[in-house]
Design a binder for this molecule. Sequence first.
Ligand code: GLV
Ligand code: MN
Ligand code: MN
Length: 397
Amino acid sequence: MAVDHTRFLADLHKLREFGASGVGKGVVRPAYSQADIAARQWLAGRMAEAGLTPHFDPVGNLFGLAEGQSLLMGSHSDSQPEGGWLDGALGVIAALEIARSSDRPVSAVSFQDEEGRFGVTTGSAVWSGGLPLEQADALTDAAGISFGAARSTMGQLSQGFIDAVRFNGFVEMHIEQGPALDAAGEQIGVVSDIVGIRDMRITFEGQQNHAGTTPMHLRRDAFQTLSLFNARLNDRFRNVVRPQTVWTIGHVDLHPNAASIVPGRVRFSMQWRDGDTDRLARMEEIIRTTAQEVADEQGMGLGFGPMLGLEPVAMDPALRQALERGAEQTAPGKWRNMPSGALHDATNVSRLMPVAMLFVPSINGISHDFAEDTAEEDLIAGLNVLYHAVQSLDWRA
Ligand code: GLV
Ligand code: MN
Ligand code: MN
């Protein structure tokens, strides 16, 4: 076999030096941070050494282009604020290794801001036409910095947007980020479909006041309102959700966040995911009416930010079959078909071309945490599946 496992693992470990957290193998490499840009510049050099032409587009997506028509492979190299070393990085380095070892034309990509510092998979959303650039530029991160300002820090590297017609399809390898494969002792997941997501910010506005003198019945307390909203929402969702449905309040900005002040304002993220678009819409309705009801009861003002979202998508049958053949060859009896509960750039890329995805296990199902990891033999098994799949593709199809 032509893939070089040692070179693949060495590059994967090299990438985690950019933004190394010092805690386990974790990384802090949010989109457009110094560590993220330095990592992209290193990747561009590795792509050039592999015979690919590096190309940064206006939002900082990095492509390593093969000549002529090619299969696009990759993922993202930005991380969560407390990220694991494999989330995204695995797919990018695997793409690089396949591009330099396969005799088939393969291009590699690292999309920008997959982790949603600004939006939801922002770089691939813009490239695929799912999110207009002007709209993306107006998005802000938790500190109020705009996407437009952040991407301008990579302006000196920027060339035009790549025309997607040069790619026949897209294959993304990723860690599972959940417990299924690890718990079953399996090595490979071939993805059937990726769930849909909705994400928005909600604000409750009350009255900031003294925590010692303000009687309880006169308070318009933002924390108490959020707490009530959350409890009521969980109750209201019970008749609508199914076991696979998830919802998260992951970022809370309580103002002014001081022990002796009744908090006057809370701004928080509300995110929900499911494979069924109708269910996502029913949940949105419940979120909006519950928030309004709680705000009215508590005498609070209420504001909804713009709602971002991605629809559920199914993987392309032909590419998926190629991955299944590779899985059966590499890990007979130790692979399965499975949906993805995590979001991926492949969702956006599916607007432009056929897409497929491959998973390897996450130890204890942990991800979006410094502790995220995968056994080395599973990383290598995934790479081998990719290699077999690419070699087996019918390029005339
Ligand atoms: C991507 O990291 C996601 O939130 O699923
Ligand atoms: Mn990822
Ligand atoms: Mn992630």
